[in-house]
Design a protein around this ligand. Sequence first.
Ligand SMILES: O=C1N(Cc2ccc(-c3nnn[nH]3)cc2)c2ccc(Br)cc2C12CCN(S(=O)(=O)c1cccs1)CC2
Length: 219
Amino acid sequence: PPPPNCSREQRALIQAILKAYERHQIPHDVAKKLLHDQYSVEENFLLLTEMATNQVQVLVEFTKNIPGFLSLDHEDQIALLKGSAVEAMFLRSAQVFSSKTPAGHTEVLEDRIRKSGISEEFIIPMFNFYKSIGGLHMNPEEQALLTAITILTPDRPYVKDQSKLCTLHHPHEPQYFARLLGRLTELRSLNHYHTEIISSWRVSDHKFTPLLCEIWDVQ
Ligand SMILES: O=C1N(Cc2ccc(-c3nnn[nH]3)cc2)c2ccc(Br)cc2C12CCN(S(=O)(=O)c1cccs1)CC2
């Protein structure tokens, strides 16, 4: 039975979002490729581009399965996706990177990202972010809901559910939900870095996939 402070339909909504989140994951062979033997900077960049393209595809699928999203005005659906694509990709990357990367692989992956042409000034806040996300030890429901909030303008019912769900799993940490939302502020700052990263690459004529050009307004 749903916990006392969470109605049946709210519970069903959270389950639907969790199912959508868990159903859409990047194929492991793509993520695993990052772990293989030494790549050149150019190949590292292409791998991250392939990952990012997968992330965006997974994100679009996840979003379409958020109950009610498809009944939104089509323009709004596109606007929400384009507006949140970078943040949602960084949030998901941080979540996967901090929770799914086996010990020892993190250093390898960090090294790959470092040797992909991204300048150190962006690597630092990026790694700080994924470490701060990891430090929250979010369970899959919280990860899925935080991603859904990042994509949707968080209207009243979602935020209410969130705090309910968080009190459920972190009863001893009343400020836990505030910490989660605080990460969204940190996430917005990564948006800015991402724009810089992309424009710095444009200079050294790196190519992105058509999907990334479309969703990031690149080229
Ligand atoms: O690639 C990244 N990674 C590695 C990564 C990403 C996803 C998975 C994964 N596995 N399974 N599901 N997802 C694993 C490792 C990672 C990890 C943490 C943070 Br915070 C951020 C990142 C980026 C996100 C994309 N950018 S980007 O600047 O947009 C760019 C576009 C083109 C080339 S580089 C680089 C950093």
